[in-house]
Each structure stands twice: as structure tokens, then as C-alpha cells.
Design a protein around this ligand. Structure first.
Ligand SMILES: *[C@@H]1O[C@H](CO)[C@@H](O)[C@H](O)[C@H]1NC(C)=O
Length: 231
């Protein structure tokens, strides 16, 4: 009994265009020496063969894939698919499979690896806090609105601080960033008491943590409490 081919590498986050990507595959039955790689595009759920081969021999490619993809084998049990320079059109799920030599034998498939390649240039968010509206009732709670806009991709999280202390109570953030043309925006609201808002020694900070294709970077805006103002 052969264990299903098992793909070891996964890419939970999108990659920047031009990245070299290696997707590894291994299994544990040397009576399945042939390794095959398939691509499954989101808009077309069928599997397209990229290529196949054996250890210690040249790999075989389907014509359209030869330029952009490279198959490597370490030994009978291990191999890899390399995307030389990932493009948005390479975004897909990749499967490896292992078979006996002759055609007609059953192929054992791995679980698949999703690869997402960013479509547009990475752009960091502009973060702006809008202070409470003067239309809110005088001594009731005040709402600060944080707007992050103009960013791509849409991997962001938002948190609030009052004078450096994280706050969770009274925070409501949109579930999803909204796409407009080539960028996204997201809004978060913080409700505070009128007293808190009127304290001049308080600083209200909204921080958007943005995934830039390689790491996470913080972008913030702050406002001071509004002592003596009528709002
Ligand atoms: C992305 O964020 C990481 C982590 O903060 C940083 O080291 C890197 O320089 C940033 N990359 C770009 C292109 O800004």
C-alpha cells in the first residue's frame, strides 16, 4: 500500500511577482517511481499536466510549461516543482502525483499547494482618524473612525490604542477590505466615553498592520483628546 504523495510546502500568503517558487513533494513507496505535476486554475477546475519524470533521468514537459517551470528530483521518493519567476497567471493549485511506470496504473495524489501571485504593485495604506462628529449628542459616547485606504494586497489587520494601551472594547472593524480599482480600503470605529474623548492627555491611535509581500509593517494615525471643545 502506497501512502498518498504528500506535498510539504504551502504558501498561505500571496507572493510578489518575479519570486522563484519551489514546491516540494515526497512519498514513502519506492515502487511508485514516476512523479507527475499538475496545475489546477481557479476558473477551470480540471487538472492540466505540467510534466513528469523519474529520478536520475531527464524530466518531460508539456510544451507550454517548459519555459516557466522546472522539475527536479532528489531521489525516487522526493522531487520538486520550481516556478522560475512567478507571474499572476501562475496563481493556481499545484498537485504532485506518484505512479508505477506504465500508463494505466493508478496515480496517488498529494493534497495540493495553493499559489497566489500578486496582480498589482504593493502599495501601503494611508491611515487617517476622523474625530467624532459634532452631531453626536454632547455627553454620550463618541465615535472615532479610522480609514485605511489605497492599499494592495488586502492582508491587513487594525487595532486601536489609547495612550499606548491596546483597547478592544468599543472597537468595530469591517470584516473585509473593500476593493476599488487596484486598491482596497477598510474602516474601523472606536466608541469611547465623552469624558475619555475630552481628556487632553489621551492619545487615540489606530494602527493598520499591512502585509507587503514579504513581511508585516505598521501604519498609524493618532489624535489627541479634545479638551474644552464642545464636541
Ligand atoms: C516589508 O515589511 C518588512 C517587515 O517590516 C520589511 O522588512 C521590508 O523592508 C518591507 N518591504 C518593502 C518592499 O517595503
Amino acid at each position: 500500500v502506497v501512502a498518498a504523495a504528500d506535498i510539504l510546502t504551502s504558501f498561505p500568503l500571496p507572493l510578489v511577482s518575479g519570486t522563484k517558487v519551489t514546491i516540494s513533494c515526497s512519498h514513502d513507496d519506492s515502487s511508485y517511481p514516476q512523479m507527475l505535476w499538475y496545475q489546477q486554475k481557479e476558473d477551470n477546475h480540471s487538472l492540466t499536466l505540467i510534466g513528469y519524470g523519474y529520478a536520475n533521468s531527464a524530466q518531460n514537459y508539456e510544451g507550454q510549461f517548459e519555459k516557466q517551470f522546472e522539475l527536479t528530483r532528489v531521489d525516487t521518493l522526493r522531487g520538486a516543482l520550481i516556478v522560475r519567476s512567478a507571474k499572476p497567471s501562475d496563481s493556481a493549485v499545484y498537485f504532485c502525483a506518484a505512479t508505477h511506470c506504465a500508463s494505466g496504473y493508478e496515480a496517488h495524489f498529494g493534497g495540493g499547494t495553493r499559489l497566489t501571485v500578486l496582480e498589482y504593485n504593493v502599495t501601503a495604506p494611508t491611515v487617517k482618524i476622523l474625530p467624532p462628529s459634532s452631531k453626536e449628542c454632547k455627553n454620550k459616547k463618541k465615535t472615532l473612525v479610522c480609514v485605511a485606504s489605497g492599499f494592495y494586497p488586502d492582508h491587513v489587520s487594525v487595532f486601536w490604542q489609547i495612550s499606548g494601551e491596546n483597547v478592544k472594547d468599543g472597537v468595530a472593524t469591517d470584516n473585509n477590505a473593500v476593493r476599488k480599482n487596484e486598491s482596497y480600503s477598510i474602516t474601523s470605529r472606536l466608541r469611547v466615553s465623552a469624558e475619555d474623548w475630552r481628556s487632553p492627555d489621551r492619545t487615540f491611535t489606530c494602527t493598520v498592520t499591512f502585509f507587503n509581500g514579504t513581511g508585516y509593517e505598521p501604519h498609524s494615525d493618532s489624535v489627541k483628546g479634545a479638551l474644552g471643545k464642545s464636541i
